[in-house]
Design a protein around this ligand. Structure first.
Ligand code: ZN
Length: 132
């Protein structure tokens, strides 16, 4: 019975993912591996602007000890970009949030300095500028 319930929940959560989420999760897994974060249990959510900072395209919450994280990426309906630029920028958001998680063990830092460092590492990893 417990197995059936688990399978039901699994099929439910898989079927809830749309093609966009599937692509973003696939990208996240690829970057997780590249950054050596593949032992983390990460989830990705596409969220509306009202769910995150009004000036942000994404957000991340993590637990360093448990190695769990949730990365939130802005819903295309609220994005300022479309088409290829949108796709490129959503990948930037994923890498940006993963770099935040990567440097989290370093502890607190001036928020402006931290954002600058995260963005420089993001650009270096992607080997291109980001549309936003
Ligand atoms: Zn940031």
């Amino acid at each position: 019975m417990r197995v059936v319930r688990a399978l039901l929940l699994l099929s439910f959560s898989c079927s809830a993912m749309n093609p966009l989420e599937l692509r973003l999760v696939d990208q996240m897994r690829g970057w997780q591996k590249r950054l050596g974060l593949d032992d983390w249990n990460m989830t990705l959510k596409v969220v509306r602007q009202s769910d995150i900072d009004p000036n942000a395209w994404g957000s991340a919450h993590w637990d360093l000890r448990a190695k769990t994280a949730t990365i939130q990426v802005l819903d295309p309906r609220d994005y300022n970009l479309k088409g290829a630029d949108l796709r490129l920028d959503m990948e930037c958001t994923i890498v940006h949030e993963l770099v935040h998680i990567q440097i989290a063990p370093l502890g607190p830092a001036d928020p402006g300095v931290r954002e600058d460092v995260v963005n420089r590492i993001m650009v270096a990893l992607l080997n291109r500028q980001c549309p936003n």
